[in-house]
Design a protein around this ligand. Structure first.
Ligand code: ATP
Ligand code: MG
Length: 201
């Protein structure tokens, strides 16, 4: 029987316990064999701020998942020298097993902005983890083709975001216990998030 592979895309700037918890809860609930974290290369939806270089985000994702047998990290989007789109990534994984694309509810509610999003249910089962601040009622507004293929996984609500972690790091407010210890050390050692987020014009 083919393996069930979860794919968790994200900017992971930086990866935090909300990501790890969402991935693990979805893995357990749907009996996935693996979850592959796929950090974005050039994020198409985040052009309004400077994103940390892909190699730093990749390194932090590796540090956060090292030692978790069922988790791995893919360079698929980082090594693609074009904007990353979920549909292209899923096509790269076709043939590896039965695919489950995992998002948080906030990301899923914006799915109609993604390239070729109506093709996604043909490529994978869409899985969405609940996220504080986003109501399941919002799902009524998404296209029925998407809703029909969707698995909703309710997870313990962890009200943390990378945006909040960057702000805390910048202001010296501490990020311990919000990100894995090795990620905290990496951010400190490399002086990440020290500067203001300068919007791109
Ligand atoms: P940012 O604040 O920069 O947008 P983020 O915390 O939302 O960062 P992303 O890299 O944008 O992190 O998210 C990657 C995926 O993880 C998305 O599908 C997002 O919905 C999901 N996710 C992030 N944080 C949580 C959380 N606390 N609970 C559930 N899902 C989450
Ligand atoms: Mg986000």
């Amino acid at each position: 029987m083919s393996e069930k592979i979860g794919i968790m895309g994200g900017t992971f700037d930086p990866i935090h316990y909300g990501h790890l918890l969402a991935a693990e809860e979805c893995r357990r609930r749907l009996a996935l064999d693996w979850v592959v974290f796929v950090p974005t290369g050039t994020p198409p939806h985040k052009k309004n701020r400077l994103v940390t270089p892909p190699e730093d985000r990749y390194a932090m994702t590796l540090l956060a998942t090292a030692g978790v047998r069922e988790f791995s990290v893919s360079r698929a989007e980082i090594d693609r020298n074009r904007p990353s789109h979920t549909v292209d990534t899923l096509r790269e994984f076709l043939g590896e097993g039965q695919l489950f694309f995992i998002t948080g509810l906030d990301a899923l509610l914006g799915i109609d902005a993604w390239k070729d999003y109506l093709l996604l249910p043909n490529l994978c089962t869409l899985v969405t983890a609940t996220r504080p601040g986003y109501s399941l009622a919002g799902l009524d507004a998404i296209p029925s083709a998407i809703r029909g293929s969707l698995e909703v996984v309710e997870i313990p609500q962890f009200a943390i975001s990378s945006t909040e972690i960057r702000a805390r790091a910048r202001e010296g407010r501490g990020i311990r216990f919000l990100v894995p210890h090795l990620v905290e050390n990496y951010i400190e050692y490399h002086g990440l998030y020290k500067n203001l987020e300068v919007p791109r014009t």
